[in-house]
Design a protein around this ligand. Sequence first.
Ligand code: DX5
Ligand code: ZN
Length: 222
Amino acid sequence: MDIKISASILNADVNRLEQEIASVSDSVDWIHVDVMDNHFVPNLSFGTNVLESLAKKKIKPLDIHLMIENPDKWALDFVAAGADSVTFHYEAAEDPTKIIKEIHALKSRVGLAIKPNTSLADVKEFLSDIDVLLVMTVEPGFGGQAFMNKMLDKVREARSITNDKNLKMWIQVDGGIGLQTIEQAAQAGADFIVVGSAAFSTADPGKAMQDLRELAVKSLSI
Ligand code: DX5
Ligand code: ZN
């Protein structure tokens, strides 16, 4: 299993976003951009304009996490703005199959996200068609929350299905990942790991990302 780290800029200092991203760019594989509409989650964040500007800089592939109502209407705008992967929430989608097909048609990767109270059984039918399954390990909406240990069962179940059926999808975890939790997440089978405040709240986010990656990789060799 090849560990990929995605840096969530939600809790980065937006006043110096470019430097914040530069500080982690050698240590991470993707940049994770959280999009919130104050309806699906009680918070507002970035829109397509921020994404367009980041995409132009071509620093890292952009992993977009849509926490919005009606992704059926909006998802393609994010592909057009420069996303390399667009993940939408199962709970918000009217027709997940249609969105998956539309995003793929524009040559972007596509992810399906599930909130803590949504079970894997609800999305089983889509697993062979997606590139990423995002198992939320906090209630979506804010950075800096505590990791929900119970979600590890869902990650294990997803890993076992992925291996049994030889699926190509990556298993992403997002929320509360840090020094205390990254090993458990990797051992449970997560290979696409979002890190936000655990790195951006430190004096050296790049070093923090590297340390986290090392911990995850080491935990797999035990
Ligand atoms: C929360 C967002 C996360 C968040 C993660 O709803 O989806 O991407 O920024 O932040 P940390 O790593 O601080 O939990
Ligand atoms: Zn996210």
